[in-house]
Write a protein that binds this ligand. Structure first.
Ligand code: SF4
Ligand code: SF4
Length: 315
């Protein structure tokens, strides 16, 4: 496995980051046993970096995976909290449920711009206190926006950026691949650690996945790439791709048709809760029910978490 320094954080992370959203209830909903097995296998393959979130509901999957792994993991989590009280509860929950004294990186989830960071400063302040105490090592932001990256550059305290980034710019809410690239170059020159998400645009780029990997692999300013995985073959494929190794035919075939999509159950009552949380404007209400525009959907699963009827799944 290839490793890189995550900016100035002092952390050395595997170039492939285990995106754990896929494991939990918002996506594949693997059994704890199966998820833990996959995490431990990833550790054997040299991965040492895993990304999760308060929203993903998969801390138990990760806890069991960490217990089984032979090597140490660097954990990144995030939450939407905007004040000290909320952030304290989220960090404590992460520590308790993953059974870890230290969560290496804790981030503000889905930052839109410098204004979001200022508006969440009470929560950031709390995380900075925790950094001094040693319960976290770095504070970061995740973002789907170029303005989210540029906003983070205004704060020395924000050391890690987790942006959406792929060659087509899918999911970037306020720009394209080129404008994100410029923002990330700036971020790198200021010493920010960068780990990208959605290299395959939530599965939309699976038919051009070689190109999608090549695009990110060559970007020196991207220290690591988080990819969602839910099977041994996907893990094998992603490890080989990120290291520029030949892909065995059987692995290439078995992973090629693993396209995912958003499924909305028939008992949807059209409440619009999902429409309101989708930053990609991929959902509309038609004839009293939610409907997804597959070309816009990046399978982030956030709508699923917001549905009071539990009728959205990524399958
Ligand atoms: S949140 Fe659930 S019930 Fe409400 S519109 Fe969306 S899918 Fe339907
Ligand atoms: S429809 Fe749901 S899964 Fe798709 S981009 Fe919107 S919030 Fe994410």
């Amino acid at each position: 496995m290839i490793y890189d320094k995550l900016g100035k954080t002092g952390l050395k992370v595997s170039k492939l980051c285990f995106g754990s959203l896929t494991l939990g209830p918002l996506q594949a909903n693997l059994s704890i046993e199966k998820a833990a097995e996959l995490i431990s296998l990833a550790s054997d393959k040299g991965l040492n970096f895993i990304d999760t979130a308060d929203l993903y509901g998969n801390y138990e999957h990760i806890r069991q995976g960490l217990k089984r792994s032979r090597n140490n993991w660097i954990i990144s989590s995030k939450s939407y909290d905007y004040d000290k009280k909320g952030m304290e509860a989220s960090l404590e929950k992460a520590r308790r449920e993953m059974d870890r004294d230290v969560i290496d990186i804790f981030m503000l989830h889905e930052t839109e711009s410098e204004h979001t960071i200022r508006g969440h400063w009470d929560a950031v302040d709390y995380l900075l206190e925790q950094k001094i105490k040693g319960t976290i090592k770095a504070v970061g932001v995740s973002t789907h926006r170029v303005e989210g990256v540029l906003g983070a550059l205004k704060f020395d305290e924000i050391e890690v950026i987790h942006p959406i980034f792929n060659y087509k710019g899918l999911g970037i809410e306020d720009g394209d691949a080129r404008s994100m690239e410029e923002a990330l170059r700036k971020a790198c020159s200021l010493g920010k650690g960068i780990f990208a998400m959605k290299p395959l645009g939530g599965g939309n780029l699976i038919s051009t996945r070689t190109k999608a990997f090549e695009y990110l692999k060559d970007k020196h300013y991207v220290n690591s790439v988080a990819i969602g995985m839910q099977s041994e073959d996907e893990l094998e494929y992603n490890c080989s791709m990120i290291q520029g190794e030949a892909i065995p035919d059987d692995i290439s075939k078995s992973t090629a048709d693993k396209t995912r999509s958003l499924h909305i159950d028939s008992w949807c009552n059209g409440c619009r809760s999902c429409v309101n949380v989708c930053g990609q404007n991929a959902l509309i209400i038609k004839d009293g029910k939610a409907e997804v525009n597959k070309e816009k959907c990046i399978l982030c699963g956030y709508c699923s978490a917001s549905c009071p009827q539990f009728c959205i799944k990524v399958v």
